[in-house]
Design a protein around this ligand. Structure first.
Ligand SMILES: Cc1cc2nc3c(=O)[nH]c(=O)nc-3n(C[C@H](O)[C@H](O)[C@H](O)COP(=O)(O)O)c2cc1C
Length: 366
């Protein structure tokens, strides 16, 4: 018998007892019902994965203007709250825990999604050179309208309100999605933030927006139930920063000051490396942040164990492995083979590629 994997050992996350250190990474699946309302199929999908130490929900829009993909869920209507309650109750009944990932697309939304048909909103009027997936298929992204100061305050209140809906829906906590080129990330990095007011310029100015979001959510939830996801080396959604070390050293120290439950750090992907931006190593953050560090991106069992053993992370988030293997912790425990994810069913559709990935027991009896 080999020693028990560190990934399968307990972890206390801000008072929440996790039975293992395997986090299900947030995964947009574009299968919410009309009006961004989760339903029974979504509850089934998440409850199938309830043996994760912690589930982080798919990115969920905080407001109609934040929408940036078709058929994504929201957290701004009573129907959405009721839909999410189905999900959280199913996950809890299966013994799991789930945080809501709070999302605003900012400049990578599209006028098709905007209630007034106007341009999407951004930190600055700087377009991302990307394709946006709309209800009519991919379209070129548009130049956003820079948020005015009073509008920034409105967006902060939208996050706070979404956090309250998440709490009413039974989530165990919230994660601010400040990675992958969405609105908080657009403020954070100088490739997309050209503002000359208090929300731009220095790392402190650019970090102000995400820190205001964190403070307002901490006010309602307590710091031990608020986490944040960052992608310091990320180039997805046409992102760049002239000095990511300065930007992320600053903002992570501030997350430490706010005593957030965790930072969820995405390492550089193959695509980030190809784009040639600066690579911020995971190890950078341990001296800056004393609470939990969740690491993500291309981890398997061995590399996840190594990152924890090296002290660079406390928990590992698995995205595609959890998508395709509802019983991933059991498979790691038994060193069993993994199902292969099918990218053709990642975004949109129904049961296929969503709730029909077999468990190990189902594979064996098939
Ligand atoms: C289908 C799909 C949907 C995703 N949706 C989200 C999302 O909603 N929020 C987010 O922060 N990251 C999202 N990601 C990124 C994943 O959380 C994760 O960072 C990525 O899959 C790399 O981890 P992995 O190598 O373990 O799969 C998505 C990735 C995939 C493949």
């Amino acid at each position: 018998m080999s020693a028990r994997s560190i990934l399968l050992t307990r972890f206390n996350l801000g008072g929440l007892e996790l039975p293992n250190r395997m986090v299900m990474a947030p995964l947009t699946r574009c299968r919410a019902g009309n009006g961004g309302v989760p339903s029974a199929i979504n509850a089934k999908y998440y409850s199938q994965r309830a043996t994760a130490g912690l589930i982080i929900s798919e990115a969920t829009s905080v407001s109609p203007r934040g929408n940036c993909f078709p058929n994504i869920p929201g957290l701004y209507t009573r129907d959405q709250e009721a839909g999410w309650r189905l999900v959280t109750e199913a996950v809890h009944a299966a013994g799991g825990r789930i945080f809501a990932q709070l999302w605003h697309g900012g400049r990578v939304s599209h006028s098709d999604f905007q209630p007034d048909g106007g341009p999407p909103l951004g930190a600055s009027a700087v377009a991302a050179r990307v394709q946006v997936l709309t209800n009519e298929g991919p379209k070129s992204s548009q130049t956003p309208r820079a948020l005015g100061l009073s509008e920034i305050a409105e967006v902060v209140s939208e996050y706070r309100a979404a956090g309250l809906v998440a709490r009413a829906a039974g989530f165990d906590g919230v994660e601010i999605h400040a990675a992958n080129g969405y609105l908080p990330d657009q403020f954070l990095r100088d490739g997309s933030n050209h503002r000359t007011d208090a929300y731009g310029g220095s790392p402190a100015g650019r970090a102000r927006f995400v820190l205001e979001l964190a403070e307002s959510l901490v006010g309602d939830w307590g710091a031990e139930r608020v986490g944040v996801r960052i992608s310091p080396s990320g180039t997805y959604n046409d992102m760049s920063d002239s000095d990511p070390f300065a930007t992320y050293d600053y903002v992570v120290r501030e997350f430490e000051r706010l005593r957030l439950a965790y930072i969820h750090v995405m390492r550089a992907s193959e695509s980030d490396r190809r784009h040639g931006g600066a690579i911020v190593p995971l190890a950078r953050f341990r001296p800056l942040f004393s609470r939990a560090i969740i690491a993500n991106q291309d981890f398997d069992k061995e590399s996840g164990e190594a990152a924890i053993a090296a002290g660079e992370a406390d928990l590992i988030a698995f995205g595609r492995p959890f998508l395709a293997n509802p019983d991933l912790p059991k498979r790691f425990e038994l060193d069993a083979l993994l199902n292969t994810p099918d990218p053709s069913t990642f975004y949109g559709g129904a049961e296929k590629g969503y709730i029909d990935y077999p468990t190990l027991d189902e594979v064996r009896t098939a």
